[in-house]
Design a protein around this ligand. Structure first.
Ligand code: ADP
Length: 468
């Protein structure tokens, strides 16, 4: 019933107001019961009586006990106070109301309390004055009664009820305002999240208390990420379809030529089969690259964490490309001193340098040079793959590691051109090793791709020994 923020807030205000008023009434009641003013007035009357009696009867302490009751009664009648003469052992010698009023009980209480109690349980105010060595004069009067219920009913309750009603109305207003302040921005976050991801949302304005603003900020950031991811998904699908369209069109065209007899000679058959084979191979490589990227993205690639001899790995890659390099008339070599062992996945790192060297050879004209330089800096190993090839235009440099990006799609590096995924894979593999990838290039002069690998993978607890 009271599940909404508004009603909860209002309920708590109402309870708070009720509790505050109750406490105030209780305090007032206690104050009234103890009413210091009335008690003070009564005590003053007792003191006046005392000074009058003692001024008129200075020898009261020396009088014979028999004469005392009569004198006390006389003053009682004129002053309307009950008078007692008691010994210092608290024995009552004379009482102005002996027989006509209930006797006091436990006169010992005299010492402790400012009140006396009679046999019927009524309390009396009193003051005591020493009148001789042995005797004390006690002057008392019934404790004044405060008409609590009357005061409560007539004086206290009406203003308290009015104040309470006013406070409740005010609290209702404040509760509604507060609830709107908190609930309205929450409501817009909820509406926006229900419309996700269909809606291309503008960022929600930051309103309400700080916590709600933080929530809105987090929601805006999440919506941004979601939209970016949707955008990149759409681009990805468009890129994949685009990249598949060209080889599929060729395959379809040449297969059609074989089927309808346009390619009738053996050479034409051979050529058609070669194109189909090449294009199918290209699609196969692209699908493998895409699978690699998907696994790297999802973090499901099982990276081996073995100790690696990086120099041997680089030499292997260079050896693999040596025939291709000499056929292209390009010199290919490794320049490195002894390197510390690193922890990493040998196959994946070989894939990185294969992609880089492959690109370098593709874009380097005959009599150019491709070199792999490795060195140790601080706590990582830096490997630079440098070529003296065509270079990359400055406008293309920031996008070079993007998926499907090709700096110049018309110049595709010969038959084995890729789909613009090679460098994206390089970047992902190096990032998975806790390393970084960079490129420097001058158009027409060549490019340098630099990879930095830490000695230890980020999640690895083992420390790699350095070669002496
Ligand atoms: P691809 O598989 O198409 O080569 P990459 O991701 O490996 O895709 O490279 C992306 C683009 O970067 C290439 O299309 C090419 O334009 C450019 N590129 C990469 N390496 C080099 C290089 N060493 N020299 C010049 N351009 C390069």
């Amino acid at each position: 019933m009271f599940s909404s923020l508004r009603s909860r807030l209002w309920m708590s205000y109402a309870l708070l107001i009720f509790a505050a008023l109750l406490v105030a009434v209780l305090f007032l009641l206690v104050y009234l019961i103890r009413n210091p003013l009335i008690v003070r007035q009564a005590t003053a009357r007792l003191q006046d009586a005392e000074s009058l009696i003692l001024s008129e009867q200075p020898n009261l302490g020396e009088l014979a006990p028999d004469s005392l009751p009569q004198i006390l009664r006389k003053y009682d009648q004129t002053l309307n106070v009950r008078l007692l003469v008691i010994t210092k052992n608290l024995q009552v010698l004379a009482d102005s109301r002996a027989g006509s009023a209930p006797a006091f009980v436990a006169p010992r209480l005299l010492r402790l309390n400012a009140l006396l109690k009679d046999e019927t349980g009524e309390y009396w105010l009193f003051i005591a004055k020493r009148i001789s060595n042995q005797h004390w004069l006690v002057i008392s009067a019934p404790r004044p009664k405060v008409p609590i219920l009357g005061i409560l009913r007539d004086d206290l309750l009406p203003p308290f009820i009015e104040a309470g009603a006013l406070a409740l109305i005010l609290s209702l207003g404040i509760a509604f305002w507060l609830a709107r302040w908190v609930a309205d921005p929450l409501q817009s976050v909820m509406t926006a999240s229900q419309q996700m991801p269909a809606r291309q949302a503008a960022a929600l304005p930051l309103r309400g208390p700080r916590e709600v603003q933080s929530l809105t900020r987090a929601f805006n950031a999440m919506a941004d990420r979601l939209q970016a991811s949707q955008r990149s998904q759409r681009e990805f699908v468009a890129n994949v379809s685009h990249e598949l369209k060209t080889p599929l069109t060729s395959i379809q065209g040449f297969a059609q030529a074989i089927l309808d007899g346009t390619a009738s000679t053996t050479e034409a058959h051979q050529q058609a089969a070669r194109v189909i084979y090449d294009e199918a191979g290209r699609m196969h490589r692209m699908v493998l690259d895409l699978l690699d990227l998907a696994r790297l993205d999802a973090g499901t690639v099982d990276l081996q964490r073995a100790s690696l001899d990086l120099l041997a790995l680089l030499n292997n890659v260079v050896e693999k490309f040596s025939l291709q390099a000499s056929a292209a008339g390009v010199s290919l070599k490794v320049q490195a001193d002894a390197l510390p062992e690193i922890i990493g996945d040998g196959d994946r790192l070989a894939q990185v340098f294969t992609n880089l060297v492959d690109n370098a050879l593709k874009y380097t004209p005959p009599s150019g040079q491709v070199s792999l330089q490795a060195r140790q800096i601080a706590d990582c190993v830096e490997i630079a793959v440098t070529d003296t090839g065509t270079g990359i235009p400055p406008t293309a440099l920031p996008h070079i590691f993007d998926r499907f990006y090709q700096a110049d799609p018309t110049r595709k590096g010969g038959e084995k051109h890729g789909a613009g995924l090679g460098l994206a894979i390089v970047k992902e593999i190096i990032a998975a090793h806790g390393g970084t990838t960079n490129v420097r290039s001058v158009s027409g002069e060549g490019s340098t791709f630099t990879v930095r690998l830490p000695f230890v993978m980020p999640t690895d607890t083992s420390v790699v020994k350095q070669k002496k």
